[in-house]
Write a protein that binds this ligand. Structure first.
Ligand code: PHB
Length: 394
């Protein structure tokens, strides 16, 4: 065989492979909508990933895995909540797997790491967990189905001053959502005449709460405002009891992350009386939620928390957007369809703000109570619908 013939046949072969690959990608592109789900399944934030993965699987069992003629394929990746992993996995999913959507994002740094890639590739990024206000401003392809910290922290700030709490010590996780929680609580609590007597920031990874709790006991504030991300509330309450805070009369208030339903029932009676403001309680008294909780418990043997609801609503948003576009799955069509969408979630009525692509929802004030031998966040006041107050200020 001459060199020339060899080259020609090789080129022809490559051409054939290329054509075949193209044909199969376009056939796939027509029939399958791929979602790259990037969540922490290991490490300190693993409960977030597990809740979201569970909820998405449950939704797809209930609603089928085909919508608008498209088969929905979810590709699950564990980023252990480390943003470098999130970035690499997003890139791989977009470039190699050719996903139509990236979703999940258990923590703010992960959601932010993926934002430039979503913009570049025009791939929707559905944020199902992270809660820092600024996230949705980082790409026109980001839509959020979780919550923002200012939504809950402003409400608990107002509630605290109106309910005789004058002196508060603050403990927040030392990263962006903690800063958002503190700033928005402070504005409302001090704006109403309350006084913050102490502010402590604890590391995100493996925090030790003990030194702070000892100081709290000595300083005797009326209450302590606590923001720790989902997954850490159990450990916080364990140390709260070990340091004797449960006997000191210093109650826990804050956004509801610390009282995540996923962990609440194992926290013990020390949690009883904690008042938090949040977007979801497993005890939310709607039929939609009763059905959701029953199905989730039946499937997984545990109670869903607020992260599960972010995942359940996130996949619902994808399904409804595809129905609206008639199965068109390019980023611009999907984002246009998602803007302004409104529906009833297990948490209550929610919608996607067409301007900011952020979630608009009620915030409920709840108190931990024992019901039929189990601990629940019992909702007793509703505020909303609330747009992210973090953005309204700008
Ligand atoms: C976040 O990193 O944005 C985050 C994670 C868990 C929460 C709240 C916020 O519960």
């Amino acid at each position: 065989m001459s060199a020339g013939t060899h080259l020609f046949s090789r080129a022809a072969l490559l051409g054939l492979i290329g054509a075949a690959a193209l044909a199969s990608t376009s056939a796939l592109a027509q029939e399958t909508v791929k979602i790259g789900l990037i969540v922490p399944m290991t490490g300190g934030q693993a409960s977030t990933g597990k809740q979201i993965d569970n909820a998405i699987k449950l939704y797809m069992q209930q609603n089928g895995d085909t919508v608008a003629g498209k088969k929905i394929e979810v590709i699950l990746k564990d980023d252990a909540a480390l943003p470098d992993n999130t970035k690499r996995l997003s890139q791989e999913l977009i470039v190699n797997d050719k996903v139509n959507i990236i979703a999940g994002f258990g923590v703010t740094p992960a959601a932010l790491a993926a934002a430039p890639l979503a913009t570049q590739a025009k791939v929707p990024e559905i944020v199902m967990a992270a809660g820092t206000s600024i996230i949705t401003e980082k790409s026109p392809y980001i839509v959020r189905t979780s919550f923002t910290l200012p939504q809950s922290s402003t409400v608990i700030g107002d509630w605290a001053v109106k309910n005789g709490i004058q002196k508060v010590a603050v403990l927040v996780s030392d990263y962006a959502p903690g800063a958002d929680a503190l700033a928005s609580f402070k504005e409302h609590f001090e704006g109403g005449g309350g006084k913050i007597v102490e502010e402590v920031k604890v590391p995100l990874a493996n925090p030790d709460f003990a030194p702070f709790l000892q100081r709290m006991k000595d300083a005797k504030p009326d209450a302590m405002f606590v923001f720790v991300p989902a997954g850490q509330g159990g450990n916080f309450m364990k140390q709260y009891v070990e340091r004797g805070l449960d006997k000191s009369g210093i109650k826990v208030i804050g956004p509801g992350d610390v009282m995540d339903d996923d962990l609440l029932n194992n926290m013990g009676d020390a949690a009883i009386g904690a008042v938090t403001a949040h977007i979801y309680s497993a005890a939310h008294p709607s039929q939609k939620n009763k059905d959701f909780v029953a199905a989730y418990e039946k499937a997984y043997g545990t109670r869903p928390g607020f992260m599960a609801v972010g995942g359940y609503d996130g996949i619902h948003l994808v399904y409804e957007a595809l129905k609206k576009t008639g199965g068109k799955a390019d980023g611009d069509s999907l984002i246009a369809a998602m803007k302004g969408m409104a529906w009833e979630s297990p948490r209550g009525p929610i919608s996607i703000d067409p301007e900011t692509r952020d979630i608009v929802q009620n915030v409920y004030i709840r108190k931990v109570e024992k019901k039929d031998g189990q601990l629940y966040n019992i909702e007793f006041a509703t505020f909303g619908p609330i747009k992210d107050p973090g953005k309204l200020k700008k």
